[in-house]
Design a protein. Structure first.
Length: 464
């Protein structure tokens, strides 16, 4: 009996092996190739004149018989800037593609998005479910020291046989001078012509200055009243009344680094309907000024010009796409411009006063939220104990919010130049905190003591 069972087992194994030998190649031949892009990355040549994009092409389907084309397109224009050929890949085969292109069309610190594609309408048809992983997107930040294109030297004016130089400008001026009966070869007439030209330039400069002063409006931060401050005052002993009192104290979205045990702190956050911070909000304006015990000092007010507002708005709208290093690099021009303007407003006597920075935000009513969060300091951490939305009275389509931050003035032992440089670094940190507020700690355990100075007590189980 044992020999018969062993014989049947060996015969079954042999039949299964023969079936796999016949069927497996046929199944593999019927499976179409399935290419996908993985591990996409970029680098620069040693002289920063070219950008190199590398990625792996993986075939997770059947073996391919035809080569495929890998392309790299600039998303903003749709232009194809680099191509490469991928040889036919066997099943589970992998091939590394390298694409390079010159950097002469991009400026220093430019941020561009590119799309890589492989085997579209060659190995896999467009519109098929498996075509999605044949594409990949990469964002490249170009370095600040990109080589600039060489300037073509100006064409030297031609020289006639007599040795005199003739240029196109002289050919244009000669008919005008002849109409005015001016001979450039006579010194007195040439001096008169020079004086007339200088007088015309001075008049044009005065006209330009007057028109600019008349029609150019100085940046103005304007007045602001929060929409939740117009509500009737509630009973201070009620929950609504306490919320209203805390709302007047909240200044920004930052949590202090430290604090006394049991201390309270309130902050405000702006978010979109998806509860994502700063989603749907736009930077309207921002300013910085000194203040003392009597309030803001108007003569030290610095309202940001439009170009710095656009730069900060650009960073806010691309907050999720930028790495911390890229975000810091984009914020530095804003901080540098503000610190330079502040330096012009202060002197040795007033530089020690602290500074206040205000950021005005704007959003469409009904598409965003304003949140207030109350924290208590417990065991060296800020723990959120309350969170609410304010009751608001909005008359228009837009809703506004204002964040206020404070900065140190000139410190002891600092020169004004050192103060300006340190203020620039402080502004970079402040703007980074504005864009990325600290997340609160986890709430305390249910068995935690009510007194922070007491140890938790665990009761032994009772025997039935």
């Amino acid at each position: 009996m044992f020999i018969k069972a062993l014989s049947r087992t060996l015969i079954g194994i042999l039949l299964i092996s023969v079936f796999r030998t016949w069927v497996s190649p046929a199944v593999a031949q019927n499976t179409p190739p399935d290419y996908s892009i993985q591990l996409i990355q970029n680098s620069f040549s040693p002289d920063f004149s070219e950008t190199i994009v590398k990625f792996d092409v993986l075939n997770s389907g059947g073996a391919a018989t035809d080569p495929a084309t890998a392309t790299l397109n600039l998303i903003s224009t749709g232009e194809q800037i680099a191509t490469a050929t991928v040889p036919p890949l066997a099943a589970n085969g992998r091939y590394t593609v390298e694409l390079d292109f010159p950097n002469d069309r991009f400026g220093p610190n430019a941020v561009e998005s590119f799309r890589a594609a492989v085997g579209v309408d060659e190995v896999e048809e467009s519109g098929t479910p498996s075509i999605q992983d044949n594409f990949a997107r990469i964002v490249i930040t170009f370095p600040a020291n990109l080589p600039q294109p060489e300037v073509t030297p100006a064409v030297e004016p031609t020289t006639e046989a007599g040795g005199s130089t003739v240029s196109g400008d002289e050919n244009l001026l000669n008919p005008i001078l002849s109409q005015l009966n001016i001979d450039p070869s006579k010194p007195e007439q040439l001096a008169l012509l020079t004086g007339v030209v200088i007088a015309l330039l001075v008049v044009l400069l005065l006209l330009y200055t007057i028109l600019r002063l008349l029609f150019t409006r100085k940046p103005d931060y304007g007045n602001w009243q929060p929409s939740y401050a117009n509500m009737p005052m509630a009973d201070p002993n009620s929950l609504q009344g306490r919320h209203q009192q805390w709302q007047a104290v909240a200044q920004n979205s930052v949590l202090p680094l430290d604090g006394a045990e049991g201390a309270l702190h309130v902050r405000k956050l702006v978010a979109g309907v998806n509860d994502q911070y700063l989603s749907g909000w736009h930077v309207e304006a921002f300013q910085i000024s000194q203040y003392d015990k009597y309030g803001r000092i108007n003569r030290t007010q610095v309202v940001s010009p439009p170009k710095l507002i656009k730069r900060l708005e650009w960073v806010v709208q691309r907050l999720e796409k930028l790495t911390p290093e890229q975000r810091t690099r984009q914020l530095r021009p804003v901080a540098k411009g503000l610190s330079q303007q502040v330096r012009k407003k202060v002197n040795d006597r007033t530089a020690a006063l602290p500074l206040a920075m205000d950021i005005r935000l704007r959003a469409r009513h009904g598409e965003v939220h304003i949140w207030f969060e109350l924290f208590r300091r417990q065991y060296g951490q800020w723990v959120r104990i309350d969170r609410w939305e304010p009751e608001m009275m909005v008359s228009g389509k837009m809703i506004y919010e204002n964040f206020t931050y404070t900065l140190y003035g000139q410190r002891a032992g600092e020169t004004l130049k050192q103060f300006q440089k340190r203020l620039e670094e402080d502004l970079v940190i402040l703007l980074s905190d504005f864009l990325n507020p600290t997340s609160p700690a986890l709430p305390p355990r249910p068995d935690a003591p009510t007194d922070p100075h007491m140890m938790p007590v665990t009761l032994p189980p009772q025997n039935g």
